[in-house]
Each structure stands twice: as C-alpha cells, then as structure tokens.
Design a protein around this ligand. Structure first.
Ligand code: NAD
Ligand code: 9ON
Ligand code: ZN
Ligand code: ZN
Length: 342
C-alpha cells in the first residue's frame, strides 16, 4: 500500500510503498477514506532524532471503512464507516474507564502511542486500529468533512466543555489562532456557550474566516489586541482565553487579556510557557494545558456536526500531494484543514 512517512529527521515527508498490514488479535484494519493534517505533525517533524522511531507513517486524524477484523475482534462489521478515536490509553485504568483515555497515566509506560504519533498513522491506504473501542460510528457523515472532527474538533470541544461554567451569556471568550482547531473552536463556542467570541490571528485571511464561522470580532494578534479586548469588555477582560498557538507572544496576550478569576487554556504547543503567580496572572485566574479529548466527547462532536451546528473548512489533497499539503500548512496557507483522500 502507499503511505506518507516521515523517514529522515530534517527532511520532508515522503510517499512510499510499504506492505499492507494484517490485523493482529483484537485489531481492526480500516480502508482509510480520509486523513487530516495537523500542525502537531510539524512539531513532530521538528523534533531531534530519537523522540519518535522512524520511519513513522503520519496522520492522527483518520476515518475509514472496516476492511478486516483480527482474531477475536468483534463489535464492528466489514463495511462499517467509522471515525478513529486517536488518544489511545490502556483501557482499564480509572481515566480510561471514564473514556478519558487522553489522560491515561499508563499509556506511555506501556508503550501505547496514538496512530501517527508513534503507531503507524492514517496517511495511508490502510490503518490498523488497536481495539474496537477506539472506533466511533460515522453514520452518514461525509468522510472528508468529518475526519478532522477527531482532533481539530475534539480538542477545542474538550477544552471548551471543561470551561463551560465560565462562559454564560454576557461572558467573553478569546480565541487565539484561527487555523484548523481555532476555526472549529469558534463554532463550538457559538453553538454551546453564551459567550461573545473575539478571535485573533496574525493573518487577515484567517481573521476573515473567523468572522465567517461566527466570531463577533476578529482582530490582529499583537500588543494592540489586549487594549481592544479590555475596551470591548468594559475593562474586565475575557473570562476564558483559548490559545491555539501557545507561543510566547500569544501567551503574553492571554496573560494580559484574561479577567480576574478567568481561565487560560493553552492548547497550542508553540513552545511558550506562562509563569503563573500572584504578580504574574490576574487574581484567581487559572491556567491549564489540555490534551485532545475523551471518547464520549468525540461522539458529542460528531453529533454537533450531524446537527449542522459545526463544520470543518477543508482543502482536499491526494496521497501524492500530501508533501505539498504539509508545505502549505508550514506556510500558514491552508484555510481550515488539509485533508488527504487516499
Ligand atoms: P494551524 O496551522 O492550522 O493554525 C495555526 C493558526 O495560528 C494559523 O491561522 C496562524 O495564522 C495562527 N497564528 C500563528 N501565529 C500566531 C500568533 N502569534 N497570533 C495569532 N495567531 C497566530 O494549526 P492547528 O492544527 O490548528 O494547531 C494549533 C496548535 O494546537 C498547534 O500548536 C498544534 O500542535 C496544537 N494542538 C494541540 C493539541 C492538544 O491536544 N493540546 C491537539 C491538536 C493540536
Ligand atoms: O493531537 C495533537 O495534535 C497533539 C495532541 C499531539 C501532540 C504530540 O506531539 O503528541
Ligand atoms: Zn493534532
Ligand atoms: Zn488507562
């Protein structure tokens, strides 16, 4: 089969021919119908030698059709359309029992890694899923439209749901970074909270996208944004700042724009850290760095899309075009999410 692999540190990903994998005991093989490209793939490809075993088939957003069941695998049938829950955990601990496999404390020591982030990923013709519990029925959702809900939808949803009590009518939410995650985050905020949404990006096209998907205001992301947010909130600041960039300048905006008692959600992994303390962040403010989302939340995100409340703006590529799609993602030239259709 053909797959998109990161093979050499410092080099772009390559389209290669590799053996089609056979599903082992309890495993399921999917014929991939769509796979999404995430900015985290860039992060993975920026890491020094040894962090990830190479070659690595990329892609941690995947949907497909069940193609073969390994010995003992049951609960899905060949031909079922499914989405992959990628934050794989051990399946037996307290966090996993709650469906919060994204916070499984044992995954790392057990060597369990998500597809595309250690295990072979979805940017291939076929994908092995380790357990049926990591599959969610896709139903009649279109694969290309739905695939990025598994990360670009699920990750902001998890962050927003965790902050729901801070976002009643009259509150303000700031979204920094209107890329794959941010543009879905804006729609989720509009769909399930009463907050006024102020979006920030350095790119005017992304500010335009923010307005199109429901942001009440979209501003340039620089020092002037803090004064604008204070102005728009009568001096109070934002009840929650969702930072989908996580770089030093955006964390500084978050620190200065958050209200007393407010929250900063650092979702982006842009290399920044935020000092939290009595004279650093506003009184009572809390800072959190959430990771991906729970299995139940993935079902909820797919339901939101099914109800027409959220959608992903996509740019479609073939497997052969995936390296070019990554180049465009690197340049910030993708509107919404790049989706590969093998
Ligand atoms: P993306 O490339 O699609 O979008 C990034 C956006 O940020 C772009 O619109 C870009 O113009 C904008 N941007 C860049 N610098 C900015 C700045 N200084 N101020 C405001 N906007 C700025 O990225 P994505 O796939 O949406 O991912 C966003 C971040 O979230 C990445 O760091 C990614 O690695 C991370 N991520 C984290 C999790 C998690 O579980 N915590 C999950 C998925 C992705
Ligand atoms: O889903 C993502 O994009 C994040 C959570 C991946 C982070 C990583 O590098 O493991
Ligand atoms: Zn991701
Ligand atoms: Zn676990």
């Amino acid at each position: 089969m053909r797959a998109v692999q990161y093979r050499t540190v410092g080099s772009p990903p390559e389209v290669v021919e590799i053996p089609t994998p056979e599903p082992g005991p309890g495993q399921v093989r999917l014929r991939v119908t769509a796979a999404g490209l995430c900015h985290s793939d860039e992060f993975v490809m920026s890491l020094p030698e040894g962090v990830y075993e190479l070659p690595l088939t990329l892609g941690h957003e995947g949907v497909g059709v069940v193609d073969a069941l390994g010995p003992g695998a049951a609960g899905v049938s060949v031909g079922d359309a499914v989405a992959v829950y990628g934050a794989w955990g051990c399946g037996v601990c307290h966090a996993c029992a709650r469906g919060a496999e994204n916070y499984c404390p044992h995954a790392s020591s057990l060597g369990i890694q998500p597809p595309g982030l250690g295990a072979p990923g979805a940017l291939a013709e076929y994908l092995i899923v380790d357990d049926v519990r990591h599959l969610v029925p896709l139903g009649d959702l279109d694969p290309v439209a739905a695939v990025s809900l598994t990360d670009a939808g699920l990750t902001p949803y998890h962050s927003i749901v965790s902050s729901l009590d801070a976002l009643p009518a009259g509150s303000t939410a700031v979204v920094i970074g209107v890329g794959g995650l941010g543009h879905v985050g804006i729609q989720i905020l509009r769909a399930i909270t009463g907050a006024t949404v102020i979006a920030l990006d350095v790119d005017e096209e992304k500010q335009k996208l923010a307005r199109e998907v429901g942001a009440h205001r979209a501003l340039h992301s620089d020092e002037s944004a803090v004064a604008a947010i204070r102005d728009l909130t009568g001096g109070v600041g934002a009840q929650v700042v969702f930072d989908f960039v996580g770089a030093p300048p955006t964390l500084e905006i978050a620190r200065q724009a958050v209200a007393a008692g407010g929250r900063i959600e650092i979702v982006g992994i842009g290399g920044g850290t935020l000092a939290t303390g009595f004279f650093s962040t506003p009184m009572g403010a809390s800072v959190r760095a959430p990771y991906w989302g729970t299995r139940a939340e993935l079902i909820e995100v797919l339901d939101l899309a099914r109800a027409g409340a959220i959608h992903v703006e996509t740019e479609r590529f073939t497997l052969d075009e995936a390296p070019e799609a990554y180049r465009r993602l690197h340049e910030g030239a993708i509107r919404g999410r790049a989706v590969v259709v093998p």
